[in-house]
Design a protein around this ligand. Structure first.
Ligand code: NAG
Ligand code: NAG
Length: 510
């Protein structure tokens, strides 16, 4: 008996080890990287810029989907800038606690600071809300920059400049964070507007906008206008800077026609980029390069991020063709600013950048063009003599990201109902009287009739297959281990002996 007991004790930890190894490996394949803006620009300068108001005429147009009336009360409900993010006021709990919440189409959790922090003095106190319900579940999210951890619960919220309703939503009360709340920001939480697949800890945590649509009955569409084009990043100041329209499209926020591109896969807002031009020069790259490992539209990312191969080609083309000489490479890598004498605008030295997207008619494409005013970004007034700029494009190892650099030129419609993202020239895409964004189409999707995302999607589905296979293997191993736990007892009665060498586990695992 003693020997049997000993053998049993010895083997259990081994089995547990194998199991946790299996489960761990499978789970790690499910991890989806989240991405936050990396901007943290500061300036001591205090500019007094009037609010960038959209043209107020034509508000009576009521031809919107479901005819839910006007969106007038949502116009100008965002504040902030590309460097520190765009945020909206929300009232959380009962009685209401007012917070500023960052609008992020690149994640899917709603989370708000619940303890004070070096850079957060206002915070949500669940204990003071009679409607807060704790979920006894811990959630942790790690972004490219920063991370937080908190407790998942639910509470009611209202949006002073949103749908006229009280909505119960999932809330993560952030208890600890690192590098997430940054100096100069004026927000205390994050509103993830992407799909449930990105929600943590899992896709069963209904994201904010799903709850809004569910409970208010508004159409499953929201649209974003971000008005920071040409506005230097500031350390303080609270200029009205954009609109998040929930439930439809507000016609006064754009000019010209809207072009739609399909959402390829509902997790991020993943779209298909077909081509990139600098002025009239087409980059000579396989179109799949633009979509490695994905191309997404993300309001929570400051810059236009390009896969390394694409980024290098863009920088090379700019340095070859642009009228900029002796340019420090530090400018393109984002470590240095470039300064010119005041009034000597550098924008004429740089090319226009165009991105082609697949249209909803898959044999067609359309083109978004941004002028250098959008990607050569004023930063601060150095000493009164110089105007300094940063490069609004960076290289990425996690895919192409249409961040604020591009979004500030367009009114962007997240038409979840039709699984597509729409772009139109924004009514506030103006810098010093010049319209800095253009949209045109249709173009033939020539040479790119087949998919430009083949590799990425293949890679991804391969990961899922791999994950499922691992899970299956682990389940099998678990079953075998369970059987083995029972079998020896019976066999021992017959021949009184069993050795590790005869174990199925050894042979199966190899
Ligand atoms: C919001 O709803 C409440 C109650 O349904 C109503 O009394 C109020 O007038 C509404 N406000 C607006 C701006 O529609
Ligand atoms: C899609 O575009 C092609 C090429 O421009 C055109 O011939 C075709 O009629 C379009 N299909 C639809 C459904 O509009």
């Amino acid at each position: 008996m003693g020997a049997v007991l000993h053998q049993g004790l010895y083997r259990v930890p081994l089995r547990m080890g194998l199991l946790s190894l299996c489960v761990g490996t499978a789970l790690s394949l499910y991890r989806v990287p989240l991405r936050m803006f990396a901007g943290k620009l500061k300036s001591s300068e205090q500019l007094d810029l009037g609010p960038l108001k959209p043209n107020a005429s034509g508000l009576s147009l009521a031809s919107e989907p479901a005819g839910l009336g006007s969106f007038v009360n949502m116009i100008n409900n965002l504040h902030g800038d590309s460097g520190r993010g765009y945020y909206m006021e929300m009232v959380i709990g009962t009685p209401g606690q007012t917070m500023n919440i960052l609008v992020d189409t690149g994640s899917s959790n709603f989370a708000v600071a619940a303890t004070p922090n070096r850079y957060v003095t206002t915070f949500f106190d669940p204990a003071k809300s009679s409607t807060y319900e704790s979920g006894d579940q811990t959630v942790a999210v790690r972004y490219t920059q920063g991370k937080w951890q908190g407790e998942l619960g639910t509470d009611v919220i209202t949006l002073p400049q949103g749908p006229n309703d009280t909505i119960r939503i999932n809330i993560v009360a952030i208890l600890t964070s690192d590098g997430f709340f940054l100096p100069g920001i004026n927000w205390q939480g994050i509103l993830g507007l992407a799909y449930p697949l990105l929600a943590r800890p899992d896709a069963s945590v209904e994201p904010f906008f799903n709850s809004v649509v569910q409970q208010t009955g508004i159409p499953d569409v929201f649209s974003l206008q971000m008005c920071g084009a040409g506005v230097p990043a500031r350390a303080s100041g609270d200029t009205t800077a954009g609109s998040l329209i929930m439930g439809g499209v507000e016609p006064t926020l754009y000019q010209g026609s809207v072009w739609y591109t399909p959402v390829l896969h509902e997790w991020y807002y993943q779209v298909e980029v077909l081509r990139l031009d600098l002025d009239d020069q087409k980059l000579n790259l396989d179109c799949r390069e633009y979509n490695t490992d994905k191309a997404i539209v993300d309001s929570g990312t400051t810059l236009l991020r390009l896969p390394t191969v694409v980024f290098d080609a863009v920088v090379e083309t700019i340095t070859q063709t642009a009228l900029v000489h002796d340019f420090s490479s530090g400018f393109f890598s984002g470590t240095k600013l470039a300064c010119w004498l005041k009034g000597e605008s550098p924008w004429r030295l740089f090319p226009r950048l165009s991105l082609y997207f697949r249209a909803t008619n898959s044999s067609q494409s359309f083109r978004l063009t941004i002028l250098p005013q959008l990607y050569i970004q004023p930063v601060m007034d150095m000493d009164g003599m110089l105007d300094c700029f940063r490069f609004g494009i960076s290289s990425s190892t996690s895919g192409l990201v249409i961040g604020a650099t591009v979004m500030e030129g367009f009114y962007v419609i997240f038409d979840r109902m039709h699984v597509r993202v729409g772009f139109a020239v924004s009514s506030c895409a103006e810098v010093e009287g010049v319209t800095v964004a253009e949209i045109s189409g249709p173009f033939a999707a020539e040479g790119t009739a087949s998919s430009c995302v083949g590799r990425a999607l293949l890679q991804e589905s391969l990961m899922w297959v791999l994950a499922y296979t691992l899970m299956a293997v682990c389940t099998l191993v678990l079953l075998i281990l369970l059987v083995l736990l029972l079998v020896p007892c019976r066999r021992r009665h017959r021949d009184g002996e069993i050795t590790d060498e005869s174990s199925l586990v050894r042979n199966r695992i190899k």
